[in-house]
Design a protein around this ligand. Structure first.
Ligand SMILES: [Zn+2]
Length: 79
């Protein structure tokens, strides 16, 4: 199984459109497009993973800003 540190655990109630962050040190915007698409920025201060399944971030929160797009689902429409 996958052992991960989830800062944001957004599952079930949302659809991830873009899973991405911007590094405040090197200004890179990095995006994880698939579940195991683990990407570091060019300076290595932060990373994203999880693709459209979950939002995983690595690095100090002050080193990056979130640029993700997430569409929330209403609970009344769930099956
Ligand atoms: Zn960086």
């Amino acid at each position: 199984m996958i052992s991960i540190n989830l800062i944001f655990s957004i599952m079930m109630k949302s659809i991830i459109i873009h899973n991405r962050i911007r590094c405040r040190k090197c200004r890179d915007v990095i995006e994880s497009e698939t579940v195991h698409d683990f990407r570091f920025c060019s300076c290595g201060a932060c990373a994203v993973d999880g693709g459209k399944n979950y939002l995983r971030r690595c690095g100090y929160p002050e080193d990056w800003e979130d640029c993700s797009e997430v569409k929330w689902l209403r609970s009344e429409t769930e099956k």
